[in-house]
Design a protein around this ligand. Structure first.
Ligand code: PAF
Length: 290
């Protein structure tokens, strides 16, 4: 079985995409945007795309604009061969893995025009990672333009619910800037321990992996308390996470899923972020309505 076609430039990608869409008379194109370091969470995105779209594409680009720390950018795990193998085994047809200069010709200077994620990009993750969501909004806008299939085919893009704030901002981006793209959310994949799958888990030692389960445990406890009609007792849950060895809690909040502002009503979204062994991890869970 031949693997996915690997393209490095926008011109190559567009020409291969046009060829595949015509060859398959495709009504839609599925896009899975990634930064590589692929895991089963990404595989779930690819499977969702495969189930919907006759042509499945993925991007692999570690976007410097969304890293606020040069060290974090440098340490981000990279393994093209392993990523290409996973793309291949999940039936991805076309991969776009550009060099940084292809995406940002003025690099290391920032592009002059960037996309703002507004106030939604400045709270929660955005408060600790200034500029992060503007970087995401900028690269995702570029990817939507680059992958825009010519003719009647429509672009569908798959995003994990694990990055809940990113998903909300991408949805706003599409609505506010009229991108002709359908956003498809895909549920978070978890390890048996409850730990949400993430590329950053590769940076955890075994003992940090154990410690990191404090995040999902707090979220599950919150959801169960809400389901039982009990007081959420956020303060006690925050204490429980703070008391866990090797875990430095940044935030544990319950927010309105539409605005990301704190709420005491359901349906709601509980969001958590913490450093475990120096690695920033995030997770979230839906708290259903009554
Ligand atoms: O979720 C990610 O991996 C990245 O933020 C994305 C959407 C590929 C943009 O760089």
């Amino acid at each position: 079985m031949s693997g996915p076609v690997l393209t490095r430039t926008v011109a190559e990608l567009r020409s291969e995409l046009t060829r595949l869409v015509a060859e398959r008379d495709a009504h839609s194109v599925g896009l899975v945007p990634t930064m590589g370091a692929l895991h089963q969470g990404h595989a779930a995105l690819m499977r969702a795309a495969r189930a919907d779209a006759p042509v499945v594409c993925a991007s692999l680009f570690v976007n410097p604009l969304q890293f606020e720390s040069p060290l974090d950018l440098e340490l981000y795990p990279r393994d093209l061969d392993a990523d290409m193998a996973l793309f291949g085994s999940e039936g991805v047809d076309l991969v776009f893995a550009p060099e940084v200069e292809e995406m940002y010709p003025s690099y290391p200077d920032s592009p002059i025009v960037r996309v703002s994620s507004g106030h939604m990009g400045q709270i929660l993750e955005g408060a600790s990672r200034p500029g992060h969501f503007d970087g995401v909004a900028t690269v995702v806008s570029k990817l939507f333009n680059i992958f825009d299939p010519e003719g009647p085919a429509r672009l569908r893009a798959y995003f994990g619910q694990k990055d809940a704030q990113q998903l909300m901002i991408v949805r706003r981006l599409v609505a506010d800037l009229d991108f002709p793209v359908t956003i498809v959310p895909v549920p978070t994949q978890r390890e048996e321990s409850g730990l949400a799958m993430s590329s950053r888990n590769l940076l955890l030692t075994e003992s940090h992996r154990q410690a990191a389960t404090a995040l999902s445990e707090a979220l599950f406890a919150l959801r169960d308390r809400a389901a039982a009609g009990e007081d959420w007792n956020l303060a006690a849950l925050r204490r429980q996470v703070r008391d866990a060895d090797e875990v430095i809690l940044d935030y544990l909040e319950v927010v309105d899923p539409g605005t990301l502002l704190p709420t005491s009503r359901t349906p709601a979204l509980a969001l958590i972020a913490a450093y475990v062994g120096g690695v920033r991890l995030i997770d979230n869970i839906e708290i259903p309505g009554p």
